[in-house]
Ligand binder design. Structure first.
Ligand code: NDP
Length: 445
């Protein structure tokens, strides 16, 4: 790392102790930015990096609710409004027991650059809670969401901060959150949340967008080597929103997705995953992946273990941060991996990224490859602002253009900075310069 940037990075780490994921995300971005500061000393003079690493606002709040037995439960809520240089804060809410400030800050920090790469007018933010919706009844989830919004509503708005879903927050949760926002404010403000239901202000393609977008980005990378998804053997991690839609899109392009996982284990289905059955189990029944084995022939379920033991030519990690380490990366490379597209945020550890880059495997980092979700959220905001709703085909076309644009911008930036094919460098520099220019133009704020 450039010595000037290393000194700033060390100060950031010392100011934010115990936030390992945030440290990792900051270090990964700083690793790429030395050459930009050679060309733009004004960024150092204006302390752009120091300002970027300090969120504009961090909100932490108590979320009290009662479970079905009438017992009082307390969770912690977060919203980190990181950077509004390009537009209102935009980024999802995550409900998972592992959520703490360091996770929210890593996700919010990544979101700044991701949103900049989309070319759309959105700043970066993220939020969530350590609440675990798994195993909770609909009524419990509703009471939790209502309590969460009873504090959050005063901080958000269509011109201020626009949350969406993430792990543990899908259409059901967005519905309860929106209902409570409307009730408290007495405003039908569609643009305050994205990921809404189609009949009440949501956008077609938003549920599919992150998974589809990841596959579209990866397809563009494959094209640079004269390949495509057609005929690829694909392994996906996770079996949630991003994973299921990535599987569907990859198979529609001619790939065979042979494995996917949840936090308990993974399935191998050599004939190609039956997406209809997977959706039924995970989205309708809210069941576990293990249930898939009993309902389809020639499927094996592995309890625990790593889905990265299954060999593949394309890997799409779509579960969570740091789920793919250096050993798993080395195994994938040995088994003939050609490309990896990150549907999740920071799923590959720093060691894993180094293994992929050394082996010249095509590597699409999450902040570029999974930007289709937030981009389609911005399309949802456009439709809300114009009181319009677009067709599936039109919205998917816009998503495709945006993902191809992000790919091309990352590739062109990597070329410009002398490291062709390095999408990490391209994404970090491409996103950073856009935000830094806007911050300079807006003065010391
Ligand atoms: P979901 O809650 O729909 O699904 C998450 C999946 O990942 C589940 O299969 C879950 O398994 C698994 N998982 C979650 N946490 C862990 C863990 N600690 N260890 C192992 N497996 C885990 O979330 P999404 O699909 O929405 O999100 C997945 C990833 O994509 C996240 O990194 C998210 O930040 C990122 N992302 C999501 C976007 C979106 O539009 N939804 C946009 C951009 C990025 P189990 O059911 O067992 O918990």
């Amino acid at each position: 790392m450039d010595a000037r940037l290393e000194a700033i990075r060390d100060t950031v780490l010392a100011r934010n102790p115990g936030e390992g994921e945030f440290h990792q995300a900051v270090t990964e971005v700083f690793d790429s930015l030395g050459p930009v500061h050679d060309r733009h000393p004004e960024f150092l003079e204006a302390a752009i990096l120091e300002r970027l690493c300090e969120p504009e606002r961090q909100i932490i709040f108590r979320v009290p609710w009662t479970d079905d037995a009438g017992r009082v439960r307390i969770n912690r809520g977060f919203r980190v409004e990181f950077n509004s240089a390009l537009g209102p804060y935009k980024g999802g809410l995550r409900f998972h027991p592992s959520v703490y400030l360091g996770i929210v800050k890593f996700l919010g920090f990544e979101q700044i650059f991701k949103n900049a790469l989309t070319g759309m007018p959105i700043g970066g933010g993220k939020g969530g809670s350590d609440f675990d919706p798994r195993g909770r009844s609909d009524a419990e989830v509703m009471r939790f969401c209502q309590s969460f919004m009873t504090e959050l509503y005063r901080h958000i708005g269509e011109y201020t901060d626009v949350p969406a879903g993430d792990i543990g927050v899908g259409g059901r949760e967005i519905g309860y959150l929106f209902g409570q926002y409307k009730r408290i404010t007495n405003r039908y403000e569609s643009g305050v949340l994205t990921g809404k239901g189609i009949s009440w202000g949501g956008s077609l393609v938003r549920p599919e967008a992150t998974g589809y977008g990841t596959v579209i980005f990866t397809q563009e990378m494959l094209k640079t080597r004269g390949a495509s998804f057609d005929g690829q053997r694909v392994v996906v991690s996770g079996s949630g929103n991003v994973a299921i839609n990535a599987i569907a899109k990859a198979q529609s392009l001619g790939a065979t997705v042979v494995a996917c996982s949840d936090s308990s284990g993974y399935i191998v289905d050599e004939a190609g995953i039956d997406v209809g059955l997977l959706r039924q189990i995970k989205e309708v029944e809210r069941g576990r992946l293990k249930d898939y084995e009993a309902r389809r022939s020639a499927v094996s379920y592995v309890d625990g273990g790593s889905v990265w033991d299954v060999n593949a030519t394309v890997a799409l990690p779509c579960a969570t941060q740091n789920e793919l380490d250096g050993d798993a990366a080395a195994r994938l490379v040995r088994n003939g991996l050609l490309a990896i597209g990150e549907g999740a945020n920071m799923p590959s550890t720093r060691d894993a990224v180094a293994v992929f880059q050394d082996a010249r495997v095509l590597f699409g980092p999450g902040k570029a490859a999974n930007a289709g979700g937030v981009a389609t959220s911005a399309l949802e905001m456009q439709q809300n602002a114009s009181r319009d709703s677009w067709s599936f085909a039109h919205t998917e076309q816009r998503l495709t253009e945006i993902m191809v644009g992000i790919h091309d911008r990352c590739a062109a930036t990597a070329d410009e900075y002398g490291d062709p094919g390095n999408y990490v460098l391209g994404a970090n520099i491409g996103g950073f310069v856009k935000v830094a220019d806007a911050m300079l133009a807006q003065g010391l704020i």
